[in-house]
Design a protein around this ligand. Structure first.
Ligand code: COI
Length: 355
């Protein structure tokens, strides 16, 4: 039987062989859900610690209609990727950072959270059990989506009495569908993403559905996504709905400082370190929207997005264009990052975890 309960715990192998992935059309991957074989589930009550989770076959979960996550949005998610090396081995990229970010978010959302070790072990087990779904080198990656949600029933507004930590996976390639590879962003002046004292700096599920209105409007006008401004003065740059933003001018790279309303991206901080190591000056600070006109290049970073060049930004009906393609800073940082993630460039800092 392929029942995962018959596997020794912790699971270090998959009952499927890599050969069983030969029918998957890797070239048609985008960023849509392709259900895989297993997910990891671990539960705990509000006054307990998470104890032992386990893999089960990927499938629907049962929830009380009164679950905290359904009624009041008490939930967090994470995103990280497993990459296949040229020799067939698998690498995770900075899973401890995602684990720590989930712990910070859980504190903000009044939830218990798995320990860093539990988080990383769950992610490893999920990646290994679904290893036949990790695309060949150069064809994408296996996106791992850890969730922490209040699944116990509540009626009045209060923390849920039970929590579920779950990890599922899907093979992915490019997040955006742009043919040229470069994004065309629209500066959003009506809707805000986050406000001071809110939850913009943690990865709560409730930050994302409110962005749909602006994204849908921008897409209907031919843009890839929107760039948000601060909610007080509507002047300084914040982030794009699904990623952080960087401006390049001369040898200086600038990105909005993470002061509570901006998600502290793992790719964001990795790119900052790579850029500094390569001799760029990197500034984390408040960036006025007028500075968009002075930049030579703009690019976005995120786990799903990777490092993506921005071809244009439309701000108050003025379209500003940027350099993209060969020889750009964006390309240089992208290639270095992907090299480390896929094991073709030496990982001197210890960001990757071989599984
Ligand atoms: C990620 O980049 O992993 C995210 O969580 C963004 C999401 C909108 C896909």
């Amino acid at each position: 039987s392929r029942a995962v309960s018959s596997m020794p715990e912790p699971c270090r192998s998959s009952p499927f062989s890599d050969d069983e992935s030969r029918d998957i059309d890797w070239d048609s991957l985008g960023f849509g859900l392709l259900p895989t074989d297993y997910m990891y589930v671990m539960k705990c009550s509000e006054d307990e610690n998470f104890e032992r989770g386990q893999l089960s076959r990927y499938g629907n979960i049962e929830l009380s209609p009164a679950a905290g996550v359904l009624n009041y949005g008490q939930g967090l998610f994470e995103g990280l990727k497993a990459y296949r090396k040229e020799d067939g081995g698998l690498l995770l990229f900075r899973p401890h950072d995602n684990a720590l970010r989930m712990r910070t978010g859980a504190e903000r959302m009044c939830m218990p959270s798995p320990s860093v070790e539990q988080f990383v072990d769950a992610v490893k087990q999920t990646a290994i059990a679904n290893r036949r779904w990790v695309p060949p080198s150069g064809k994408g990656s296996l996106y791992l989506r850890p969730l922490l949600v209040g699944t116990g029933p509540v009626l009045g507004l209060a923390p849920a009495p039970e929590y579920t930590f779950l990890v599922y996976a899907s093979p992915v390639r490019n997040y955006f569908k742009e043919d040229s590879g470069a994004l065309n962003l629209y500066v959003e002046t009506k809707f805000d993403r986050a406000s001071r004292g809110g939850t913009g700096g943690v990865k709560t599920i409730s930050n994302y559905a409110p962005a749909l209105k602006a994204i849908t409007r921008a897409k209907s006008r031919g843009f890839s996504d929107v760039l948000y401004l601060d909610s007080v003065n509507k002047r300084t740059l914040e982030e794009v709905s699904s990623c952080n933003i960087f401006l390049v001018k001369g040898n200086v790279i600038s990105t909005p400082a993470t002061s509570g309303t901006i998600l502290p991206g793992v790719t964001r901080k990795s790119v900052i370190d790579i850029a500094r190591n390569r001799g760029y000056e990197v500034e984390e600070r408040a960036i006025d929207m007028d500075e968009l006109s002075d930049a030579r290049e703009v690019f976005c970073t995120g786990t799903a997005v990777g490092v993506a060049p921005v071809g244009s930004i439309t701000c108050l009906d003025k379209r500003i264009e940027y350099q993209t393609g060969a020889g750009t800073t964006c390309q240089e940082l992208y290639s270095t990052l992907v090299g480390i993630q896929t094991g073709t460039t030496e990982d001197k800092i210890g960001w990757t975890v071989e599984i």
